[in-house]
Design a protein around this ligand. Structure first.
Ligand SMILES: NC(=O)c1ccc[n+]([C@@H]2O[C@H](COP(=O)([O-])OP(=O)(O)OC[C@H]3O[C@@H](n4cnc5c(N)ncnc54)[C@H](OP(=O)(O)O)[C@@H]3O)[C@@H](O)[C@H]2O)c1
Length: 373
């Protein structure tokens, strides 16, 4: 198989390539593509694989160059932070007859661009997977795991928090800009009392994530995979993904300023500089680092009230991003999860083997089910 990794020079792209390399076979070709040859060489140097690994220089704004690069590909893995180009890139990948996998954030623009191609994707029997990674990508898998252990799941809130180094100096401007757009989409809406509702600030949960993260105020973050759950499990009364803040100075002082600045196009470059500075100075922490994604679900089993809890944890944000992505990619490549159509990663994968893969990739996964009388 020929696999083209667009964005292999970035943080997520590098870690995806590192985990994907050993999964491939000697008959595979892995092309690490991006703008910066030095960064691509660094990624190539970190990849161990029986496959043939090469690098290719491409700027994804040059659509003809992308078309040439993906010709003959079976799978294109997109970790480039350019949601504005998804319509063009996905069209090129579809016309090339390849499958698609991306880790970009779960924004309405990206999803609309892919949904516009959904009929054609099925018609051409391609498998397009979006919202890969851990947020998006993991929260709804945890709920599906719990739903597989309970007869009925009634409440299923997923919480996440991180104490990490954002490596702000290494992020592309487009990655920082994508975060702005995501913050702008925050509307405090979650599924509560059997319907979507905007929460008041005081209704947002404060969660104890244990050391070294501690207690964090969390706000609902919109994710397509969570929005899709009440249709899948009609008994759900409560279901949301809540994420912990960066830190008081960042959350209450800088973010409102950034959001206001980001709305004015002329201020975007200054906003990106301020964001980089604040992610470095106000949102990044020295070791020990930790990222936690945790589900606490209630429901019933064998006619009795029951609970199901599961957490996925790690020390490296990019391992937490890449491990779910590669667990899904492995299933696409071996055919075990590959189905024609447009899919959200969290709804395509089979939770049990997927979570076993996360453990194999070095994450800590712990689940527990209790049934009362
Ligand atoms: N789902 C999840 O859990 C999760 C977690 C983390 C990140 N993400 C998403 O994954 C994506 C990558 O994140 P990241 O943290 O790895 O960001 P990053 O380190 O800034 O990487 C961004 C990548 O995009 C590339 N890029 C940007 N514009 C390009 C262009 N015009 N042509 C070619 N390449 C271009 C960059 O290339 P250069 O190296 O040349 O700048 C870099 O390889 C982002 O969309 C981010 O939001 C998702």
């Amino acid at each position: 198989m020929r696999i083209v990794a667009l964005g292999a020079s970035g943080n997520a792209g590098r870690e995806v390539a590192v985990l994907l390399g050993p999964v491939l076979t000697a008959s595979d070709d892995l092309v690490l593509a991006g703008r910066d040859p030095a960064k691509l060489a660094r990624t190539a140097g970190a990849v161990t694989s029986p496959a043939t690994v090469t690098t290719a220089r491409v700027d994804v704004t040059d659509l003809d160059a992308v078309r040439d690069l993906v010709a003959g590909a079976n799978l294109v893995v997109v970790t480039v932070s350019r949601p504005d180009l998804v319509a063009d890139l996905a069209r090129i990948v579809l016309d090339a007859g390849a499958d698609w996998f991306d880790t970009m954030l779960s924004t309405p623009g990206k999803l609309a661009a892919l949904r516009a191609l959904a009929g054609e994707i099925v018609g051409k029997r391609r498998c397009f997977v979006t919202d890969g990674g851990f947020h998006p990508g993991l929260p709804a898998v945890l709920v599906r795991w719990a739903a597989g252990r309970l007869d009925e799941v009634i409440e299923a809130d997923v919480v996440a928090a991180m104490r990490m180094d954002w490596r702000a100096d290494t992020l592309a401007d487009s990655t920082v800009a994508e975060m702005f757009d995501e913050f702008a989409d925050f509307d405090l809406v979650a599924w509560v009392d059997g319907r979507p509702r905007r929460l008041r600030w005081r209704e947002c949960p404060t969660v104890d994530f244990g050391p070294p993260i501690g207690r964090k105020a969390c706000v609902p973050m919109p994710l397509a995979e969570m929005d899709a759950l009440p249709r899948r499990y009609p008994g759900l009364r409560r279901c949301g993904f809540y994420i912990g803040g960066f830190g008081p100075a960042m959350d209450y002082l800088v973010l409102p300023v950034l959001m206001a600045m980001a709305k004015v196009q002329a201020l975007r470059p200054a906003a990106i500089r301020l964001a980089r500075w604040s992610f470095r100075r106000l949102a990044s922490y020295p070791p020990p680092h930790r990222l936690v994604v945790r589900l606490d679900a209630t429901g019933s089993r064998d006619g009795h009230p029951a609970t199901a809890s599961i957490s996925v944890q790690g020390e490296d944000g990019y391992l937490l991003t890449a491990a779910p992505a590669v667990a899904c990619l492995r299933g696409m490549l071996d055919g075990s999860v590959r189905r024609p159509g447009l899919h959200l990663q969290a709804h395509l994968v089979d939770p049990e083997p997927f979570l076993r893969d996360l453990t194999a990739f070095g994450l800590e996964v712990a689940g527990d089910v209790t049934s009362g009388v």
